[in-house]
Design a protein around this ligand. Structure first.
Ligand code: ATP
Length: 288
Protein backbone atom coordinates (compact mmCIF):
# COMPACT_ATOMS: atom_id res chain seq x y z
CA UNK A 1 0.00 0.00 0.00
CA UNK A 2 1.27 3.51 -0.88
CA UNK A 3 1.05 5.76 2.20
CA UNK A 4 1.87 9.14 0.66
CA UNK A 5 1.39 10.59 -2.79
CA UNK A 6 1.99 13.95 -4.45
CA UNK A 7 -0.30 14.76 -7.36
CA UNK A 8 -0.69 17.51 -9.93
CA UNK A 9 -4.20 18.72 -10.78
CA UNK A 10 -4.08 20.54 -14.11
CA UNK A 11 -6.40 23.36 -15.11
CA UNK A 12 -8.33 23.25 -18.39
CA UNK A 13 -9.44 25.74 -21.00
CA UNK A 14 -12.13 25.39 -23.65
CA UNK A 15 -10.83 25.98 -27.17
CA UNK A 16 -14.44 25.98 -28.33
CA UNK A 17 -17.69 25.94 -26.36
CA UNK A 18 -21.11 25.49 -27.94
CA UNK A 19 -24.48 24.98 -26.29
CA UNK A 20 -26.87 22.94 -28.42
CA UNK A 21 -30.01 23.22 -26.31
CA UNK A 22 -31.47 23.44 -22.86
CA UNK A 23 -32.66 20.07 -21.65
CA UNK A 24 -35.84 19.36 -19.73
CA UNK A 25 -33.83 18.52 -16.60
CA UNK A 26 -32.40 22.06 -16.61
CA UNK A 27 -28.93 21.03 -17.82
CA UNK A 28 -27.62 22.07 -21.23
CA UNK A 29 -26.37 19.84 -24.03
CA UNK A 30 -22.89 21.07 -24.81
CA UNK A 31 -20.23 20.53 -27.42
CA UNK A 32 -16.81 21.66 -26.28
CA UNK A 33 -13.16 21.20 -27.08
CA UNK A 34 -11.32 20.74 -23.80
CA UNK A 35 -7.60 21.27 -23.35
CA UNK A 36 -5.49 20.59 -20.25
CA UNK A 37 -2.87 23.23 -19.50
CA UNK A 38 0.31 23.26 -17.45
CA UNK A 39 -1.07 25.50 -14.65
CA UNK A 40 -1.80 23.13 -11.77
CA UNK A 41 -2.66 22.72 -8.11
CA UNK A 42 -0.51 20.38 -6.00
CA UNK A 43 -2.10 17.81 -3.68
CA UNK A 44 -0.31 15.74 -1.07
CA UNK A 45 -2.32 12.77 0.11
CA UNK A 46 -1.39 10.88 3.28
CA UNK A 47 -3.27 7.82 4.51
CA UNK A 48 -3.94 7.96 8.25
CA UNK A 49 -4.82 5.24 10.76
CA UNK A 50 -7.68 7.27 12.17
CA UNK A 51 -10.71 7.31 9.86
CA UNK A 52 -12.02 10.54 8.35
CA UNK A 53 -11.07 13.11 5.73
CA UNK A 54 -8.99 16.10 6.81
CA UNK A 55 -8.10 18.98 4.50
CA UNK A 56 -5.58 21.78 4.70
CA UNK A 57 -5.31 24.45 2.03
CA UNK A 58 -3.30 27.59 1.39
CA UNK A 59 -6.47 29.53 0.46
CA UNK A 60 -8.19 30.62 3.67
CA UNK A 61 -11.57 31.24 2.03
CA UNK A 62 -11.97 27.73 0.62
CA UNK A 63 -14.09 25.28 2.62
CA UNK A 64 -12.19 22.41 4.28
CA UNK A 65 -15.34 20.44 5.09
CA UNK A 66 -17.60 18.29 2.89
CA UNK A 67 -18.20 21.28 0.59
CA UNK A 68 -14.68 20.98 -0.78
CA UNK A 69 -14.68 18.88 -3.94
CA UNK A 70 -11.65 16.91 -2.74
CA UNK A 71 -13.71 15.86 0.29
CA UNK A 72 -16.54 14.71 -1.97
CA UNK A 73 -14.08 12.67 -4.05
CA UNK A 74 -12.49 10.92 -1.07
CA UNK A 75 -15.89 10.31 0.60
CA UNK A 76 -17.25 8.74 -2.57
CA UNK A 77 -14.49 6.12 -2.68
CA UNK A 78 -14.44 5.54 1.09
CA UNK A 79 -18.20 4.93 1.12
CA UNK A 80 -18.10 2.53 -1.80
CA UNK A 81 -15.03 0.57 -0.75
CA UNK A 82 -15.29 0.97 3.03
CA UNK A 83 -11.88 1.47 4.56
CA UNK A 84 -10.65 1.56 8.14
CA UNK A 85 -8.23 4.33 7.26
CA UNK A 86 -8.57 8.05 6.74
CA UNK A 87 -6.82 10.54 4.52
CA UNK A 88 -5.12 13.89 5.07
CA UNK A 89 -5.22 16.10 1.97
CA UNK A 90 -2.86 19.06 1.74
CA UNK A 91 -4.11 21.21 -1.15
CA UNK A 92 -1.90 23.92 -2.60
CA UNK A 93 -4.08 26.03 -4.93
CA UNK A 94 -2.41 27.81 -7.84
CA UNK A 95 -5.44 27.73 -10.16
CA UNK A 96 -7.70 30.75 -9.55
CA UNK A 97 -11.02 29.74 -7.95
CA UNK A 98 -14.33 30.10 -9.82
CA UNK A 99 -12.47 31.23 -12.91
CA UNK A 100 -13.70 28.90 -15.67
CA UNK A 101 -10.57 26.74 -15.37
CA UNK A 102 -12.14 23.70 -13.61
CA UNK A 103 -9.74 23.94 -10.68
CA UNK A 104 -12.05 22.26 -8.17
CA UNK A 105 -12.99 19.51 -10.63
CA UNK A 106 -9.34 18.83 -11.31
CA UNK A 107 -8.55 18.59 -7.58
CA UNK A 108 -11.38 16.04 -7.24
CA UNK A 109 -10.03 14.11 -10.24
CA UNK A 110 -6.57 13.98 -8.64
CA UNK A 111 -7.98 12.62 -5.39
CA UNK A 112 -9.93 9.89 -7.23
CA UNK A 113 -6.84 8.92 -9.26
CA UNK A 114 -4.54 9.07 -6.22
CA UNK A 115 -6.71 7.09 -3.81
CA UNK A 116 -7.36 4.46 -6.49
CA UNK A 117 -3.63 3.76 -6.51
CA UNK A 118 -2.95 4.24 -2.82
CA UNK A 119 -5.76 1.91 -1.71
CA UNK A 120 -5.13 -0.44 -4.65
CA UNK A 121 -8.78 -0.30 -5.73
CA UNK A 122 -7.90 -1.37 -9.30
CA UNK A 123 -10.50 0.87 -10.93
CA UNK A 124 -9.90 1.51 -14.65
CA UNK A 125 -9.82 5.06 -16.03
CA UNK A 126 -13.39 4.59 -17.33
CA UNK A 127 -14.55 3.37 -13.93
CA UNK A 128 -12.95 6.38 -12.26
CA UNK A 129 -14.61 8.68 -14.80
CA UNK A 130 -18.03 7.12 -14.09
CA UNK A 131 -17.58 8.00 -10.43
CA UNK A 132 -16.13 11.44 -11.21
CA UNK A 133 -19.23 12.65 -13.08
CA UNK A 134 -21.24 12.30 -9.86
CA UNK A 135 -19.06 15.09 -8.43
CA UNK A 136 -19.12 17.36 -11.47
CA UNK A 137 -19.48 17.30 -15.26
CA UNK A 138 -15.85 18.38 -15.83
CA UNK A 139 -14.33 15.75 -13.52
CA UNK A 140 -14.18 12.92 -16.14
CA UNK A 141 -12.16 15.16 -18.48
CA UNK A 142 -9.84 16.16 -15.63
CA UNK A 143 -9.16 12.45 -15.04
CA UNK A 144 -8.53 11.84 -18.75
CA UNK A 145 -6.49 15.03 -19.47
CA UNK A 146 -5.04 16.13 -22.83
CA UNK A 147 -7.28 17.28 -25.70
CA UNK A 148 -10.84 15.99 -26.06
CA UNK A 149 -14.28 16.67 -27.46
CA UNK A 150 -16.82 16.80 -24.62
CA UNK A 151 -20.52 16.26 -25.35
CA UNK A 152 -23.67 15.72 -23.32
CA UNK A 153 -23.29 17.79 -20.15
CA UNK A 154 -19.54 17.53 -20.73
CA UNK A 155 -19.04 13.96 -19.61
CA UNK A 156 -19.10 12.15 -22.98
CA UNK A 157 -15.51 12.33 -24.12
CA UNK A 158 -13.70 11.59 -27.37
CA UNK A 159 -9.92 11.90 -27.37
CA UNK A 160 -8.60 14.29 -30.03
CA UNK A 161 -5.11 14.81 -31.52
CA UNK A 162 -2.85 16.93 -29.28
CA UNK A 163 -2.92 20.72 -29.56
CA UNK A 164 -0.04 21.94 -31.78
CA UNK A 165 2.79 23.52 -29.76
CA UNK A 166 1.90 27.03 -28.63
CA UNK A 167 1.93 29.40 -25.66
CA UNK A 168 -1.29 30.03 -23.80
CA UNK A 169 -1.54 33.26 -21.83
CA UNK A 170 -4.28 33.34 -19.16
CA UNK A 171 -5.65 36.63 -17.88
CA UNK A 172 -8.15 36.73 -15.03
CA UNK A 173 -9.83 40.03 -14.21
CA UNK A 174 -10.98 40.61 -10.62
CA UNK A 175 -14.67 40.08 -11.32
CA UNK A 176 -16.89 37.33 -10.01
CA UNK A 177 -18.91 35.31 -12.51
CA UNK A 178 -21.29 32.66 -11.23
CA UNK A 179 -21.61 29.64 -13.54
CA UNK A 180 -25.25 29.33 -12.50
CA UNK A 181 -25.96 32.97 -13.47
CA UNK A 182 -24.41 32.43 -16.91
CA UNK A 183 -26.41 29.31 -17.74
CA UNK A 184 -29.70 30.74 -16.40
CA UNK A 185 -29.32 33.85 -18.55
CA UNK A 186 -28.17 32.05 -21.68
CA UNK A 187 -30.78 32.06 -24.46
CA UNK A 188 -29.73 28.73 -25.89
CA UNK A 189 -32.50 28.63 -28.51
CA UNK A 190 -31.85 32.13 -29.78
CA UNK A 191 -28.10 32.00 -30.43
CA UNK A 192 -27.41 33.59 -33.80
CA UNK A 193 -23.92 32.13 -34.10
CA UNK A 194 -22.40 28.79 -33.18
CA UNK A 195 -18.67 28.08 -33.14
CA UNK A 196 -17.41 25.68 -35.80
CA UNK A 197 -16.47 22.83 -33.46
CA UNK A 198 -16.21 20.35 -36.36
CA UNK A 199 -13.84 22.75 -38.12
CA UNK A 200 -11.71 22.90 -34.98
CA UNK A 201 -11.58 19.10 -34.80
CA UNK A 202 -10.46 19.06 -38.44
CA UNK A 203 -7.76 21.65 -37.64
CA UNK A 204 -6.49 19.48 -34.76
CA UNK A 205 -6.25 16.53 -37.16
CA UNK A 206 -4.20 18.57 -39.63
CA UNK A 207 -2.19 20.29 -36.86
CA UNK A 208 -3.21 23.73 -38.13
CA UNK A 209 -2.94 26.08 -35.12
CA UNK A 210 -3.91 29.22 -37.08
CA UNK A 211 -7.11 27.61 -38.38
CA UNK A 212 -7.96 26.16 -34.95
CA UNK A 213 -7.51 29.59 -33.37
CA UNK A 214 -9.51 31.40 -36.06
CA UNK A 215 -12.46 29.11 -35.31
CA UNK A 216 -12.42 29.67 -31.52
CA UNK A 217 -15.80 30.63 -30.09
CA UNK A 218 -17.66 30.45 -26.78
CA UNK A 219 -21.42 31.05 -26.76
CA UNK A 220 -21.34 31.84 -23.02
CA UNK A 221 -19.68 35.15 -23.95
CA UNK A 222 -23.15 36.31 -25.08
CA UNK A 223 -24.00 36.51 -21.36
CA UNK A 224 -20.68 37.50 -19.77
CA UNK A 225 -19.42 40.12 -22.25
CA UNK A 226 -22.34 42.53 -21.76
CA UNK A 227 -22.24 41.95 -17.98
CA UNK A 228 -18.46 42.37 -17.68
CA UNK A 229 -17.02 44.54 -20.50
CA UNK A 230 -13.51 44.03 -19.06
CA UNK A 231 -13.58 40.55 -20.63
CA UNK A 232 -13.90 42.12 -24.08
CA UNK A 233 -11.16 44.63 -23.26
CA UNK A 234 -8.76 41.81 -22.34
CA UNK A 235 -9.59 39.87 -25.53
CA UNK A 236 -8.75 42.96 -27.62
CA UNK A 237 -5.55 43.53 -25.66
CA UNK A 238 -4.36 39.97 -26.14
CA UNK A 239 -4.98 40.17 -29.89
CA UNK A 240 -3.19 43.50 -30.18
CA UNK A 241 -0.23 41.97 -28.28
CA UNK A 242 0.13 39.27 -30.93
CA UNK A 243 -2.25 36.46 -29.96
CA UNK A 244 -3.63 34.48 -32.90
CA UNK A 245 -6.95 34.72 -31.09
CA UNK A 246 -8.36 35.22 -27.60
CA UNK A 247 -11.47 33.89 -25.88
CA UNK A 248 -13.11 33.40 -22.52
CA UNK A 249 -12.71 29.94 -20.95
CA UNK A 250 -15.83 28.13 -19.70
CA UNK A 251 -18.23 30.49 -17.98
CA UNK A 252 -15.37 32.91 -17.29
CA UNK A 253 -14.12 35.29 -16.32
CA UNK A 254 -10.63 34.03 -17.35
CA UNK A 255 -9.62 34.95 -20.89
CA UNK A 256 -6.82 33.16 -22.74
CA UNK A 257 -4.76 34.08 -25.77
CA UNK A 258 -3.12 31.55 -28.10
CA UNK A 259 0.37 32.55 -29.31
CA UNK A 260 2.41 30.74 -31.96
CA UNK A 261 5.39 32.95 -31.08
CA UNK A 262 6.68 32.25 -27.53
CA UNK A 263 8.64 35.52 -27.48
CA UNK A 264 5.47 37.56 -28.14
CA UNK A 265 3.69 35.56 -25.42
CA UNK A 266 6.44 36.39 -22.90
CA UNK A 267 6.31 40.07 -23.83
CA UNK A 268 2.51 40.13 -23.51
CA UNK A 269 2.82 38.37 -20.14
CA UNK A 270 5.26 41.00 -18.81
CA UNK A 271 3.18 43.83 -20.18
CA UNK A 272 -0.12 42.64 -18.65
CA UNK A 273 1.54 41.68 -15.37
CA UNK A 274 3.17 45.10 -15.00
CA UNK A 275 -0.23 46.75 -15.43
CA UNK A 276 -1.13 45.04 -12.15
CA UNK A 277 -4.89 44.88 -12.76
CA UNK A 278 -5.19 41.17 -13.54
CA UNK A 279 -3.89 37.75 -12.52
CA UNK A 280 -1.71 36.56 -15.41
CA UNK A 281 -0.27 33.08 -16.11
CA UNK A 282 1.93 31.98 -19.00
CA UNK A 283 1.14 28.33 -19.69
CA UNK A 284 1.04 25.72 -22.44
CA UNK A 285 -1.09 22.75 -23.41
CA UNK A 286 -0.29 19.36 -21.96
CA UNK A 287 -0.92 15.95 -23.52
CA UNK A 288 -2.61 12.93 -22.01
P1 ATP B 1 -15.80 25.21 -13.83
O1 ATP B 1 -14.94 25.71 -14.95
O2 ATP B 1 -15.87 23.70 -13.73
O3 ATP B 1 -17.13 25.89 -13.69
P2 ATP B 1 -14.46 26.92 -12.04
O4 ATP B 1 -13.01 26.94 -12.40
O5 ATP B 1 -15.28 28.05 -12.57
O6 ATP B 1 -15.04 25.54 -12.49
P3 ATP B 1 -13.82 26.11 -9.36
O7 ATP B 1 -12.58 26.88 -9.05
O8 ATP B 1 -13.64 24.69 -9.73
O9 ATP B 1 -14.64 26.90 -10.50
O10 ATP B 1 -14.80 26.16 -8.10
C1 ATP B 1 -15.88 26.96 -7.94
C2 ATP B 1 -16.57 26.79 -6.57
O11 ATP B 1 -16.34 25.50 -5.96
C3 ATP B 1 -16.07 27.79 -5.57
O12 ATP B 1 -17.18 28.52 -5.16
C4 ATP B 1 -15.44 27.02 -4.42
O13 ATP B 1 -15.82 27.52 -3.16
C5 ATP B 1 -15.96 25.61 -4.60
N1 ATP B 1 -14.89 24.61 -4.34
C6 ATP B 1 -15.01 23.47 -3.66
N2 ATP B 1 -13.87 22.78 -3.64
C7 ATP B 1 -12.96 23.48 -4.33
C8 ATP B 1 -11.60 23.28 -4.67
N3 ATP B 1 -10.93 22.19 -4.27
N4 ATP B 1 -11.00 24.21 -5.42
C9 ATP B 1 -11.69 25.31 -5.85
N5 ATP B 1 -12.96 25.56 -5.55
C10 ATP B 1 -13.62 24.66 -4.80
Amino acid sequence: MIKEMRLKANAKINLGLDVLRKREDGYHDLRMIMQSISLHDVLELTLTRTPGIRIRTNLGFLPVNEDNLVHKAAALLFEEFGTEQGVFIDLKKNIPVAAGLAGGSSDAAAVLTGLNRMLDLKLTTEELMERGVRIGADVPFCILKGTALAEGIGEQLTVLPALPRCSILLVKPPVHVSTKYVYTHLRADELSEHPDIDGQIEALHTGDLACLSAKMGNVLETVTLPAHPVIGTIKDKLRSLGALNAMMSGSGPTVFGIFDDPQKAREAYSRLKSEGAYQVFLTEGINQ
